[in-house]
Design a protein. Sequence first.
Length: 89
Amino acid sequence: MSMDETKQELERLRKEVAALSQARREKGLERPPEEEDAGTAPHPAAADQATKSQLDELIKLLQDEIRDMPTITTVAVFALGILVGRFLR
């Protein structure tokens, strides 16, 4: 694709997005950007806290699973993971 074709395609897609956004606004499914509240976006600290709590929960579940598994099975699964990782490189 040449640079001119890429620019034309980009312009065509921008027009299509604008038309679709306008159609959604007319149907009442989307507010125009100037009417959107700045306060509706989640606060970055809250998003970080949510991500951290999800990671903590996942780590706790993994630790519980590892504790419940017999030692030999855990080592075998770990070794299998290493082998598969090496083969996928």
